[in-house]
Design a protein around this ligand. Structure first.
Ligand SMILES: Nc1ncnc2c1ncn2[C@@H]1O[C@H](COP(=O)(O)OP(=O)(O)OP(=O)(O)O)[C@@H](O)[C@H]1O
Length: 360
């Protein structure tokens, strides 16, 4: 039998006022998996989620849950019939209802059974002691956990979460994120989480779908999306990047760091070699000479320190290359603060460089 994903969307498309904001987006989410829709503000993430939830109608495309068509341009199962739970940042608790009544809100059936489910979930989120409290008596993080319990109560097959943790302060957020994740995994819910924060996506996701201007530009496990970006912009979304420019001659590009292969790229094409600051290594100047070239690090290039700062766990050192004045930055664990004007040598991990033809 063919494999059936829990959630599958096919070619979902939506325009507002003649502008396409979601453009043929397709993806699937498996049982017990977390997929993150990651992208900058305005790229169409929330609109995609709203269409899946059924609160926004697509112009074209299909939404399937467990192999059942819930929405295309003809069929339209209403939001409450889709077995989808929602958790949004501004999806507040009902202030006039107790915690118990909030969690029971979407439940049907006999009172005793509803009560049992409410207690089970409050126990799970470690808030049973607040069962008769009201939302204003709870902290932000506690309210968020009640919202999770409420969304999970009717046992949705799919949970849609739109920046659900962005209202919480940093220290609370990590804990609640991890706790939420483990509860969702235990329940076996398929999760589609929207975020514009790469750290959140890396922390939560089994799969990341990177979205830009209405399109999914790359999809894969966090490790792969981080380590094999499809283009310069995809690399830059996850961290600062260094860009070294060169022109291809005979499938090779000459740079301060030696030659780079650019197979299949025609002569005269400008290429951009992208490397993250954490993969730039620094070595000392030995009377105008640097370390010997190696196969891993290639040829070292001499550079002069422009600025260095301590930024928490690491130091960020900014350089200018002697070769052609290109600006480069490197992060170094702990404290390393060389003075501006200091000559040093830089090496770049060859296996961490990405070579892309420059976009015009
Ligand atoms: N009802 C609407 N009418 C007109 N334009 C809309 C409507 N809803 C969304 N848009 C536009 O569609 C684009 C995508 O919005 P969407 O909220 O999906 O983006 P997003 O990626 O979730 O961004 P953010 O992270 O800022 O919420 C935006 O330019 C937005 O202004």
């Amino acid at each position: 039998m063919a494999h059936i994903p829990r959630l599958e969307i096919k070619d979902l498309t939506r325009s507002f006022g003649g502008r396409v904001v979601v453009d043929h987006v397709s993806l699937s989410v498996e049982v017990g998996q977390v997929t993150c829709l990651l992208g900058p503000s305005g790229c169409g993430k929330s609109t995609t989620l709203r269409m899946i939830a059924g609160v926004e109608m697509q112009d074209s495309g299909e939404i399937w849950v467990d192999g059942r068509l819930v929405c295309d341009t003809v069929t339209r199962v209403p939001p409450e019939g889709r077995s989808i739970g929602l958790m949004f940042q501004d999806f507040a608790l009902f202030p006039h209802l107790s915690v118990a009544d909030n969690v029971a809100f979407g439940l049907k059936g006999p009172k005793a059974r509803k009560r049992a489910r409410v207690c089970e979930l409050l126990e799970r989120v470690d808030l049973l002691r607040f069962i008769d409290s009201f939302p204003h008596e709870l902290s932000g993080g506690e309210q968020q956990r009640v919202a999770l319990a409420r969304a999970l109560a009717p046992r949705p097959k799919i949970m849609l979460m739109d920046e659900p943790f962005s209202g919480l302060d940093n220290r609370l957020r990590d804990g609640i994120r991890d706790e939420t994740l483990s509860i969702l995994k235990e329940e076996g819910t398929a999760v589609l989480l929207v975020t514009h924060e790469p750290e959140e996506a890396m922390r939560m996701a089994d799969e990341i779908a990177l979205m830009r201007a209405g399109h999914i530009v790359q999809q894969g496990a966090p490790y792969n999306v981080f380590n094999a970006p499809v283009d310069k912009e995809a690399a830059a979304f996850f961290s600062d990047i260094n860009v070294i420019r060169g022109t291809v001659r005979g499938a090779l590009t000459e740079t301060a760091f030696g030659q780079f292969l650019a197979p299949g790229v025609p002569d005269g094409t400008e290429v951009e070699i992208v490397i993250r600051p954490q993969h730039v290594r620094i070595d000392f100047d030995r009377n105008g000479r640097g370390p010997n070239p190696t196969s891993v690090d290639g040829t070292p290039a001499r550079a002069v320190v422009e600025r260095s700062r301590f930024i928490g766990k690491e130091s960020l050192v900014e350089f200018r290359l002697d070769y052609d004045g290109t600006a480069m930055s490197a992060t170094v664990p702990s404290v390393f603060l060389p003075k501006p004007g200091t000559p040093l040598w830089l090496m770049i991990r060859r296996d961490r460089c990405f070579v892309f033809p420059a976009k015009r």
